[in-house]
Design a protein around this ligand. Structure first.
Ligand SMILES: Nc1ncnc2c1ncn2[C@@H]1O[C@H](COP(=O)(O)OP(=O)(O)OP(=O)(O)O)[C@@H](O)[C@H]1O
Ligand SMILES: [Mg+2]
Length: 222
């Protein structure tokens, strides 16, 4: 059984009075316990495809299934809250809150000591110390913000983690650490981890990697 399945998905954006086709008959089956990499040229539609998997966009043709059920028939807020963690290209953090409060906010908790420790541990996991955990996000570097976004996804404990270029601002060592974290989430904690990346190192470390071919507008194995 696949946790997520894109079946013959086509998608286009409206561009003035015409439709601009981005994805053409794309199919991809994803299982729990695996780490997937999605590569392709800038503008090929990777973020668009991730948005379709996460229910933020709805396919014009074809469908996305979560455990066999079409997500367009599910309540979007339930789907997002219960099953999906996003790591967006632009992080989507609240700049005037601390790193820790950003994680806690995403977890939807205020006063739970055990869950607070989960949040703190997730920030340790991405390499933060006690001082940085409590520092406001607008006083963190780009790479550090990116790591807060990753910690937030880890702490939320969703079955599916969709990450859009999560190592785009990181140096080689931090990238390696994040790769190990993603591998652990897939292999030890049985998550389905889908990472859009321009990094050859990330793609090589994934269990499966596919390329979005810009001309054909669909996936090919690499
Ligand atoms: N909301 C939108 N409305 C119209 N066109 C869009 C919209 N979002 C993206 N596009 C266009 O769709 C195409 C695919 O965009 P997308 O963001 O999915 O690419 P990408 O593969 O993620 O690129 P990158 O590697 O640069 O992040 C691009 O040509 C982009 O300009
Ligand atoms: Mg993108």
């Amino acid at each position: 059984m696949y946790i997520l399945s894109a079946q013959d998905v086509s998608f286009s954006y409206r561009d003035g009075d015409r439709e601009r086709e981005i994805l053409r008959h794309c199919s991809l089956n994803l299982k729990e316990g695996y780490f997937y990499a999605l590569v392709g040229e800038s503008g090929s539609g990777k973020t668009t495809f991730l948005s379709l998997l996460g229910g933020l966009e709805i396919a014009k043709k074809g469908q996305v299934l979560f455990k066999g059920q079409a997500i367009k028939d599910m309540k979007l807020s339930d789907y997002l809250k219960k099953h999906i963690s996003f790591i967006f290209q632009e992080y989507n953090l609240i700049p005037y809150l601390s790193a820790l409060d950003n994680v806690l906010l995403a977890m939807g908790i205020k006063n739970d000591k055990v869950l607070r420790n989960v949040a703190i541990q997730s920030l340790y996991d991405v390499g933060f110390d006690d001082e940085k955990i409590r520092r406001r996000v607008n006083r963190l570097s780009g790479g550090e913000r990116q790591r807060v976004a990753i910690a937030r996804a880890i702490a939320c404990d969703s079955e599916i983690i969709l990450a859009d270029e999560p190592t785009g601002n990181l140096d080689a060592q931090s990238t390696q650490n994040i790769i190990e974290l993603f591998k652990g989430l897939a292999h030890k904690y049985h998550k389905c981890v889908v990472v859009v990346t321009h990094s050859g190192d990330v793609a090589k470390s994934a269990d499966f990697a596919v390329r979005l071919n810009m001309e054909k507008k669909h996936f090919e194995a690499i």
